[in-house]
Design a protein around this ligand. Sequence first.
Ligand code: BES
Ligand code: MN
Ligand code: ZN
Length: 499
Amino acid sequence: MEFGIKVTSPDKQRGSCIVVGVFEPKKMTAAAKELDNLSGGYIKDIVSQGDLEGRANTTLLLHKVPNVQSKRVLLIGLGKEEEFKDSVFVSTVQTVFRTLHSTGIADCALFLADLPLENRDIAWKVTQIAKLAVESNYRFDQLKSKPEDNKKSLRKITIGISNSQDLTTGETALSQGAAIAHGMSLTKDLGNLAPNICTPSYLAEEAKELAKTYKLKATILDKKEMEKQKMGALLAVARGSHQPPKLIALEYQGAGKKDKPVVLVGKGVTFDTGGISLKPAAEMDEMKFDMSGAASVLGTIKAIAEMNLPVNVVGIIPATENMPGGSATKPGDVVTSMSGQTIEVLNTDAEGRLILCDALTYAERYDPEIVIDIATLTGACVIALGNIATGLMSNDDALAQEVIKAGEQAADRVWQLPLWDDYQELLKSNFADMANIGGRAGGTITAACFLSRFTKKFRWAHLDIAGTAWKSGKEKGSTGRPVPLLTQFLINRAAAAKA
Ligand code: BES
Ligand code: MN
Ligand code: ZN
């Protein structure tokens, strides 16, 4: 897709389609009025006759509007002006792209970025438009023998704005939105791929591919090297599988060598059967998405590399399957993590924390400024927050606030849960330094408590994306979250470092 942003007005457009908004009831936006003036009241007539009242997400496609050079005008209902907020903006932009895709139009000029939204500037709206445009174009049909017959033809999108002062920030916002969306597409592809294809080795190859494209440094540790590093917890999870585990480190250097990196650690369980503590059969296929944290790390690095963001970032991905098997880890086994702490594995289905704890210890070697781990860690998080908010826990309140703010900005929100010491005792084991589960109560928090025992040396935030990384049911598929949040977090850091 090709994007442009221009200081212009709708009456000057010549392309295939102009998109302007109408508020409810029958209230034309400034851009719609300009077109209407040109057409000699043609649009106003249609609107006042009630063909488009302005209800949110209703559309009307007009052809051959008098005096308008562009072939078509798409009117989009925006709902009541006083109720026009973020979510309405997003859903109406989605409706616009869905409508355009269904018509076979190749190019369009959008006049929606000037619409007033509380607490949102032009840059935000432009970023969202670019992101939603690419998202609307996303398809995953690489595993179908014939591509599906839903060809999308929209190629070129021009965003019209009225104020020349907004142009420079608008241009940056546009390329950032596109980069975020490209990162999300990669994350979605990796998540959606079948688990017999997207194995730990596949993720490692993908990291190498990114390294080649963007001149990054990729280091892949294989099982022998993990043994040398004494990653006993990660290796314990990999034992039941025939697929060799990989520990991937991908380094992006956008700032000076001396700048400490932000380290992103992503859970990369390419399939989670539960191991010997086997999961029930229903919906087990969805456990192919258990590498969504890893996929979001790769997607975020792609996004920031595409925008040449001046920050240093290291992605670390412990990648393995969690399978039952003759040599699989058993409930009751005690393993020694890379940190030296011992763990009694009471449930082999609590494997995410086992691979993450060694990856977090491994992160120390990069002398991180901050570490954020991203993981589809607990079903309990889905119960607590549903599919709307990602769970956030942190050992540093300022960092937590930074993450919350980035989530608000990116429309990819998180909700913080407590990480109080009171919860730690639930992890007591009679036989090792700790158990890998804390019982049913507060499952999301005790999982984070477990990780906190491996993050004492740095400021750390934990994102539980179990509810937000993918959708189930008819729309089953990866969401690409939390790439927008992570990228925004890094954009903010880069801006703060410059200031
Ligand atoms: N990958 C799962 C978490 C999960 C489950 C995410 C369902 C999304 C939907 C994780 O490895 C897991 O199995 N966690 C267990 C932990 C329990 C054994 C303490 C869970 O949440 O049931
Ligand atoms: Mn599990
Ligand atoms: Zn898992």
